[in-house]
Design a protein around this ligand. Structure first.
Ligand code: FMN
Length: 327
């Protein structure tokens, strides 16, 4: 087991101890949390969503001052936005950033830029076709993200249980599973299905090092399995958020078939920041994935890693015993 964990394809590729990647998290995926995760042996990632290029530079500096270990940056690629200034900041810090993850759009034209900077390129995908395209375009690793995940999901809405084995069969680069993983047994399940590692978002929010507002963290502790819902379907989006009166109001507006421009004031990044950073859950919204019901406490990142790895070992042992009885 130790051999699997310490020397598998993901840990070797990213030069980390455990195959656990912090999912890019808009508004709250900052340098402090990324450094805490990298210090525990995972790959911490700074999310550019919610940051100006200047703030991105500051968060990279902060992370690098707090950890000697590899750090990544998450960039959601949307055709409507220019990333040049962010790319300049990443280029300036090419010795400090060891990997980038590209999500939410077609990454193919961006991959060579990061490869030339010597960075590992990870692409978030939600279908076999997109995984294959990413591999052909030169990605080092694909992160297959299921519909259970917190945040913006693939419109194809495939669940992780089905996605991992199909993507693992289709590509030869390492596969990392994302969506609904909050425990060591979830990690083991992902490995059993063919993944080489996991990406976690929601569980990292309820940690002491996360800059999310305490009300947001407490909301996750108090939430149950059915408390998340998809917002923005009426405008072609698939955004998994925590259900609240505010979100119900947005869903009502969606029933009236508002245009993107009409709906935007209710769903934009500022409304997310209100909920996530300022704890104003009456006027803002927050992300979470379906495994939120497993979160029962706010812990340090160090203790979370200990918990995840202990659970992984225990689940592995009971799985072996169970299977031995069957075969
Ligand atoms: C608060 C939050 C914000 C997120 N923001 C982003 C983002 O900016 N970019 C991105 O690629 N994914 C984003 N995601 C998705 C995560 O990177 C990750 O893939 C997902 O959280 C994994 O599923 P889980 O939440 O069930 O662990 C976000 C998820 C959460 C929970």
């Amino acid at each position: 087991m130790d051999v699997l964990l310490k020397r598998n394809r993901v840990t070797k590729l990213l030069d980390i101890r455990y195959p656990i990647i912090e999912g890019g998290m808009a508004q709250i995926g900052d340098g402090n949390l990324a450094a805490a995760i990298s210090n525990e042996g995972g790959l911490g990632q700074i999310a550019i969503s919610g940051l100006s290029p200047k703030q991105l530079r500051q968060e990279i500096e902060l992370a690098v001052s707090k950890t000697p270990f590899p750090i990544g940056v998450n960039i959601p690629i949307s055709g409507h936005f220019s990333y040049n200034e962010y790319f300049d900041v990443i280029k300036e810090n090419k010795g400090q950033i060891s990997a980038v993850s590209l999500s939410s759009g077609d990454p193919r034209s961006y991959i060579p830029f990061f490869k030339e900077l010597g960075m590992k390129v990870m692409v978030v995908v939600g279908t076999v076709k997109h995984a294959k395209n990413a591999e052909i375009a030169g990605a080092d690793l694909v992160i297959c993200e299921g519909f259970e995940a917190g945040g913006r999901n693939s419109p194809y809405e495939l669940t992780l249980f089905c996605l991992i084995p199909q993507i693992s069969k289709a590509v030869s680069i390492p596969v990392v599973a994302a969506g609904g993983i909050s425990s060591g047994s979830g990690m083991l399940a992902a490995l059993v299905l063919g993944a080489d590692g996991v990406q976690i978002g929601t569980r990292f929010i309820a940690t002491k090092e996360c800059s999310a507002h305490e009300s947001y963290k407490q909301l996750l502790v108090n939430s149950k399995d059915s408390d998340t819902i998809i917002m923005e379907r009426s405008i072609g989006g698939v955004n998994r958020v925590v259900r609240s009166n505010y979100v119900d109001h947005v869903l009502q507006l969606e029933k009236r078939a508002l245009t993107f421009e009409e709906l935007f004031p209710f769903i934009n990044g500022y409304k997310n920041k209100l909920g996530a950073k300022l704890g104003n859950l009456e006027e803002g919204w927050v992300h979470a994935g379906q495994s939120v019901g497993l979160i029962d406490s706010i812990v340090s990142v160090e203790n979370l890693f200990i918990q995840l790895m202990n659970e992984l070992k225990q689940s592995y042992q009971s799985l072996s015993q169970n299977v031995e009885q069957l075969i």
